[in-house]
Design a protein around this ligand. Sequence first.
Ligand SMILES: Nc1ncnc2c1ncn2[C@@H]1O[C@H](COP(=O)(O)OP(=O)(O)O)[C@@H](O)[C@H]1O
Ligand SMILES: [Mg+2]
Length: 241
Amino acid sequence: MEKRISKVVVMLSDKGGVGKSTWAASLTHAFNKASGKNWAVLVDMDPSRTSTLLVSPNCHGRGSLTYISTRRVLELCTVESDGGEADVVPPGEAEEIDGRAVEAYDDLIATLAEHYYIIVVDLPGVPLEYSPLIRHAAEAADMLVVVTTQDSLHMARRIRTEYPQKPVYVVLNQYVKEFGGETEARQISQSKWGYLYTICPFYGCVRAAVVERKLPTKACKEFEKCVDEAAQKILSVLHKL
Ligand SMILES: Nc1ncnc2c1ncn2[C@@H]1O[C@H](COP(=O)(O)OP(=O)(O)O)[C@@H](O)[C@H]1O
Ligand SMILES: [Mg+2]
């Protein structure tokens, strides 16, 4: 019997507004599209539930944070995607997250690993040192996806330096040509798996690319292309781990 070996991809950024949740939702879609199956699940751990709302606007109920704070059951939502369906674990309600949060997080991931090959975890955009839970999620991940803008590349470099042994995929997002940063992104992303980075320009139609897939303007298509290319590169690294 084939043994299921799941991989955990954790999305990181030091601040909000860089496109982390957009990428988390879009990558989950892209993984399912690439496999043609419902193999990836999105775990939203941000109380503002941005990525949940992107993939599934009507998804309420208990989710990751409820599970971590109270160990009550999960209520996943399933939505249509190009790969057939995509599942999302909404954040639910965060009661006091205590010292056992780290074990509860590991339980949550282990439970999901019984059903999915790829677990994409979206986190609030705060520095690692602010939250033991975020730090733990980063440490326990198989791969980190750091979403950054041109003005916060130093943060991507810092995360890269902290996890020298781990594959760190750098997304230089909302890129505007005049502000540079390509060389630095490439350099930061260098690893034994090659250069793990994508430069994704600022597009006018990103929300539509994720949510309203039936109205693909040129900009939406371009954004989807960025995500699909990154998803392929991420998958090829995950296969090697
Ligand atoms: N490549 C891009 N071009 C233009 N807008 C983008 C791009 N990526 C994300 N956005 C927009 O940036 C805003 C913040 O994105 P979000 O994913 O919520 O960021 P974060 O999770 O880092 O706070 C959203 O309005 C989103 O549509
Ligand atoms: Mg977010």
